[in-house]
Design a protein around this ligand. Structure first.
Ligand SMILES: [Zn+2]
Length: 383
C-alpha cells in the first residue's frame, strides 16, 4: 500500500530526496519468515574473483516460492552472526525477493554444528585467495581463473550489457565444455554448424543464437563497456564514460585526470578503468572485438535537458500517452529510457496495469511517478 499526499501543489512543495519523493511512502507487509537448516556452505567465484559463501538450506517455502539457498555475503557476516554448518536458522525474503538468513537459532544447537572456515584457495582454480586490507571480500587473484572467465562471458551477454538473447549460463557452460569459446570475442566466430550439435540445441536455435550474437555488434559503446566487466564500472559509469569519451580508443588513451573530470567518476573508478584497460589480455580482447566489427563508439550525449543524466523505466499504460510518445518526451528532455529496473534507475513511470517492474522499483526504493508527475518533472525543470 502506498500512502500519498493527495494535493499536487503540496507534493510539489514537499519535493524529493535523492532517492524518493517526500510525499509518498510504501507501507509493506512484514517479510515472511520461516525456519530451515544449513546443510552446507558452498563457494561461488564471481567475475571479479570475489569468492562468495552461500548457505545451502533445507528447502523451505516462503512467500510462495521454495528457498534452498541464501547468500552469506562474506566471512565477516558469517562470523558476526555466528552462523555454523548444521545450524537451525530463521530465513526471510528481503523485500519479498532475495532470501536471507536472519539469525542462527543458537538454543537449538546439539553440538554437532561445524564452524565454517574461510577458503584459503580458490575453489575453481586453486590459486591462493587474497583478502585486501579494508575489504570484506576474499578474492581469487587469477584473471585466467576458469570460474571468472565463465562469469565474465555470462555478464557480457546479459541483458544490461550486450543483451544476447538465448545466451544464458547453461549455453555459456555448454560452449566452454565443447571448447568453442575461451572468451567473449570467440562468440563472434561461431557458426550455426558449430553449435547445433550441442545438447538441447537444433538448427533453428543455433541459427537464432548466431543471429543474436551478430546483432549485439551494433550495441552502443556504453553497453560494451559495462559488458567488459571492469571493476566499479556499473551501467551508469559505463554510460558516462561512453558519452564523454565517445570511443573505446579514446577511453584507453585517457589519463586519470581526464577521467575524473567526468562528473561522478571518482578516483576509484578512474584507477580501475586505467589498470584494467592497460591489461594485455583486456587489450587483446578489445582488439579482437573490433576486428569482429563490434561497435566501439558512441555519440556524445545531448546536454542541458531537464532530465539530463536520469534513467527512466516505463511500465503499464499511461493515459493519453503512448509508450513511444513517453519515451520521446523523456529523451528530448535529456533523459534515457531503459527496459529493466535496476539500482541505476532514477524513476519508474507507472500507469494502469503496471507489472513486476513496479514491484521491483518499490523493493529498490526507486521514485515512482505517474503520468502527471512525469509531465510536471519535465515541465517544471524545463521552464
Ligand atoms: Zn580462481
Amino acid at each position: 500500500m502506498v500512502i500519498k499526499v493527495d494535493s499536487l501543489p503540496l507534493q510539489a512543495k514537499a519535493g524529493y530526496t535523492a532517492k524518493s519523493p517526500r510525499w509518498a511512502i510504501a507501507w509493506k507487509f512484514p517479510a515472511q519468515q520461516g525456519q530451515s537448516r544449513i546443510l552446507d556452505i558452498t563457494l561461488n567465484v564471481g567475475r571479479t574473483g570475489a569468492i562468495t559463501p552461500t548457505a545451502e538450506l533445507e528447502p523451505v517455502t516462503l512467500a510462495g516460492t521454495t528457498v534452498s539457498r541464501a547468500s552469506l555475503h562474506n566471512e565477516d557476516y558469517i562470523r558476526d552472526k555466528d552462523i555454523r554448518i548444521g545450524d537451525q536458522v530463521l530465513v526471510q525474503k528481503a523485500g519479498d525477493i532475495i532470501p536471507e538468513i536472519v539469525e542462527s537459532l543458537k538454543d537449538k544447537r546439539d553440538g554437532s554444528e561445524v564452524i565454517w572456515q574461510p577458503p584459503t584457495h580458490c575453489p575453481a582454480c586453486g590459486s591462493n585467495s587474497v583478502r585486501v586490507e579494508g575489504e570484506a571480500v576474499r578474492r581469487c587473484p587469477n584473471l585466467g581463473c576458469p570460474a571468472q572467465i565463465r562469469e565474465r562471458v555470462i555478464h557480457y551477454a546479459s541483458r544490461g550489457a550486450m543483451d544476447i538473447e538465448g545466451l544464458g549460463p547453461a549455453v555459456v557452460d555448454a560452449f566452454f565444455r565443447a571448447g568453442l569459446i575461451e572468451n567473449a570475442a570467440d562468440l563472434y566466430a561461431l557458426k550455426p554448424e558449430d553449435i547445433e550439435e550441442l545438447e538441447r540445441m537444433g538448427p533453428k536455435s543455433a541459427a537464432n543464437l548466431v543471429a543474436a550474437i551478430d546483432k549485439s555488434k551494433s550495441q552502443p559503446l556504453e553497453r560494451l563497456l559495462f559488458g567488459l566487466g571492469i571493476r566499479f564500472v556499473g551501467a551508469k559509469a559505463a554510460r558516462l564514460l561512453a558519452e564523454n569519451f565517445g570511443s573505446i580508443d579514446a577511453l584507453m588513451a585517457a589519463s586519470h585526470e581526464q577521467l575524473t573530470t567526468v562528473p561522478e567518476i571518482g578516483d576509484t573508478i578512474a584507477a580501475s578503468v586505467i589498470s584494467e584497460l592497460a591489461d594485455p589480455d583486456m587489450q587483446k580482447l578489445i582488439r579482437r572485438l573490433q576486428a569482429a566489427a563490434v561497435n566501439t563508439t558512441q555519440e556524445a550525449a545531448r546536454t542541458g535537458g531537464p532530465l539530463e543524466g536520469k534513467t527512466f523505466v516505463l511500465t503499464g499504460t499511461l493515459e493519453g500517452l503512448t509508450r513511444t510518445e513517453a519515451q520521446k518526451l523523456i529523451e528530448e528532455g535529456g533523459g534515457k529510457v531503459t527496459s529493466a529496473v535496476s539500482a541505476n534507475t532514477d524513476y519508474v513511470v507507472a500507469g494502469e496495469k503496471a507489472g513486476s517492474k513496479l514491484d521491483k522499483a518499490q523493493a529498490l526504493g526507486i521514485t515512482i511517478l505517474d503520468k502527471n508527475q512525469l509531465l510536471q518533472l519535465r515541465g517544471r525543470s524545463f521552464s
